[in-house]
Every structure is written in C-alpha cells, then in structure tokens.
Design a protein around this ligand. Sequence first.
Ligand SMILES: O=C(O)C(=O)C[C@]1(C(=O)O)C=C[C@@H](O)C=C1
Length: 360
Amino acid sequence: MSDLLKQFRDKIDAIDAQLLALVNERAKLAREIGHLKNDGVIYRPEREAQIIRRMQSENDGPLSAEAVSYIFRAVMSNCRALEKELAIAFLGPLGTYSEEAALKQFGEGRQAVVCASIDEVFRTVEAGQADYGIVPVENSTEGAVGITLDLLLGSALQVVGEVTLPVHHCLLSAQQDITQISHVFGHAQSLSQCHEWLNKILPNVEREAVISNARAAQMIHELVASQGTFAAAIASKRAAELFDLHILAENIEDDPKNTTRFLVLGSHAVAPSGQDKTSLVMSAHNKPGAVLQLLEPLSRHGVSMTKLESRPSRQNLWNYVFFVDIEGHQQAPNVQAALAELADRSTFLKVLGSYPTAII
Ligand SMILES: O=C(O)C(=O)C[C@]1(C(=O)O)C=C[C@@H](O)C=C1
C-alpha cells in the first residue's frame, strides 16, 4: 500500500470513529425525546423535513443534495426506530414502487405491512394495524390515480406527507434473449407509460395488465419455477433482485422524467414545517362559472394552487368533486382566511391535511 493511501485510510478511520460516536450520541437524544412524547406520536414529518432542508442548504459538497437527504433520512430512520419501530402499509408485493416510496420517506428503520390493494392500505391504517400508509396519487405521464382520490374522499385519515419518486421501468425476464419474449405483464399505468417503447421493440408481443409491477415480476418468477416462461415483466431494478430475474432493458419509460407522487396517510395532524402544502376536496354548486367563483378566494389571499383535479362525485350523475392542492399550511393566516371563504362558497369542503412539501 502506498504511504499516501495509508494516510488517507487512517484519516477515514479516525473520522468514522467520530461519526460513530456522534450518531450514537444523537440516537440517545432521540430516544430521550421519545420518552417526552406524551401523545405517543413519534413520527414528526415537519421536523424531519426541516432537518433535511437545513442539511441540504448547509451542504458545500462534494456530496449531492440527494445524497445528503439519503444519509440524514437513514440516520433519522434509525434514531426514530429507537423511539418506536413504525409499521408502514403499502401496496405489495415487496418490490413495488410504493415500497420504494415508503423506503424513501421512512428509511429502513420500519416494519413493512404489505397490502394486496390500495383499498387495503387505507383499511389497515384506519384499523390501527399500521401507523402510516403510502398510496400513489398521481403520475406525471398518466395523471391521477382515481381509486386513491375516491378513497380519500370517504376516509377519516389525514395526509401527513408526500413523496415524489422518479420511476424508471425495466423489462425483466428469466430469458436472456429479448427476441424470445412472447408476453409482457405490468401494471396498466406502466404498460401505457412504456407503450411507445413496446410498440417499437416488442410490437407483436401481447400485453397484459396485472395489479402491480412487482406482482408481474413475481408471476414470472413463479412461472419459471412451474413450467418455464417466455414472458417478461415491466418492473423496477429492485424487483429484478427480489425475484431473481434478468434485466433485459432499462429506462424503457417513454418520458425520462416520469415521476409518481405518493401520499403518506396517518391519523394525526402535522405541525407547520415552513414549506408546506394543504390538500382539500370540495364540491361546487352545479351552475355555470361556479368553480371559478369557488376558487377566487385563493388568489385574493395570495394562496397558490398546485393542483386541481375533478372526479365524479358518485352521488349524483354529472356532479363532480374537486381535489385541490394549495401551497401553505392550514394554520397560516392567509390559508386559514381562504379556507373559511371556500367553506362558505362550496356545498362541501374537507381538508385532507397539511404536510411538508416533498424533498428530493
Ligand atoms: O425531534 C423529534 O421529535 C425526534 O423524535 C427526533 C427525530 C430525529 O431523529 O431527528 C426522530 C423522529 C422524528 O420523526 C423527528 C426527529
């Protein structure tokens, strides 16, 4: 070993010893904080968001903002687990993008509660069988996830966070040769996010929608074990590892910026973090111009709208509800004033929750 290499490694060893002592000191403090939380609410998304934002803004590199976020999330996840190991429900099987979103938000220091459907994620958290749930709500290519919006309307759960996840699809198979593929399984949204690629590379291959991408990968794994298969799945790299499949192609999504937004569901309100969003659902009177008039207080109170999505109300034919995301926390005076006026003008208004805006 060269002298210089040894010198650098000795320095790294000394730094690691300091890091270890410091993270353990931090962990002890977090454990003490846990004892002070009389209300039993261990997870404080606003505080975690503040810490990551501060670390990112103080970061001089060479680590990227994303790396800093990853490291501090891992530290906090493990500190939090000393206070309580949270149970997090998400759409399974393991290897779904929902699981990736759960890992991004909560780190490894959590217990996974794998659910068979988005509906089950809601029910599991509502029944107290999980502390929090993660559900997809919209995709940059495919738009809203209708089932999530419909379930939010009727649920008493609150939105306590959002996670944005760049979604990069792979083509996975037990076969090594892409020309042998005769069938492709994937979630309906993923099949359509990759349809141009599929039209070009696998034009004559049959496509079949299944409940999730990870389920598609699991099916290939099961088919291989029972009878062998020339089928492939559209799923994540993580699913390839979990189900022991070859990656035949990467980044096959038609839009390289393809991103899915997930909501974190819980049963407690979240305090302001300084950079927050509020999600609401409401309905307007069924007359011309009603929606425009309904939303007017937002601009008057300087509240920006980041999303407006309409869904059939399911109560009366051609009646719609509107899902609206606005910037700011519901405790902020301008948001409070705007919400009070919206409540007066709408036939129905429900605040789904205020939460820290997603961090990369
Ligand atoms: O500040 C707290 O409330 C803590 O419990 C500490 C801590 C952390 O590790 O920094 C851990 C969990 C919470 O979600 C927020 C922050």
